[in-house]
Design a protein around this ligand. Sequence first.
Ligand SMILES: [Zn+2]
Length: 182
Amino acid sequence: MKTKCIKCGFESEENLEKFRVPICNICFRFAPNSDDKFKEYASEKIESSCLYSFRKFSEIGNPQKRAMIKKASQGNFMSRAAFGYKIENKKLVPAENFREVQEIFEEFLNQNISLTQLAKKHNFSVNGLKKILTNFTYLGKIRFNNQIHQGNHQPLISSTLFNHVQNKLERLKLNKNCKIGE
Ligand SMILES: [Zn+2]
């Protein structure tokens, strides 16, 4: 039986289900796990056609394709937008996966998790993760002529959270430098 994805409206017999509502495999991938957040996620509709290329590749189940989808969903594939953003009408706008950025910042700050573990969890290299955690783009700022300016795009991270993360990164670096033989 065909069902209709609650978020993008995609109709398919292969749609999944979450919190008892039908959801397509693409929207499922980014769906939050808490009931409240999920409702909010589902209420923000997206065009099914926007997900066309993800769907096209995700039907081919090999790991290489899946890595491509992951990359595409991170914005590295189609554009050079920072992870969590996409380029729409030449503007930087939050992508479907934008909540993962906040998750990463919060997990790093609040959980006792190493950069390596966190990178692994979200499928980044450690350097890729560090780039995310220090990227001013998430504050709504842009780097231009080696200076930081206010941008026109929506921030994904509060400056408080960003600053706390910078402090923790700094502390980790200091701790590491203190260890002899590393
Ligand atoms: Zn969908």
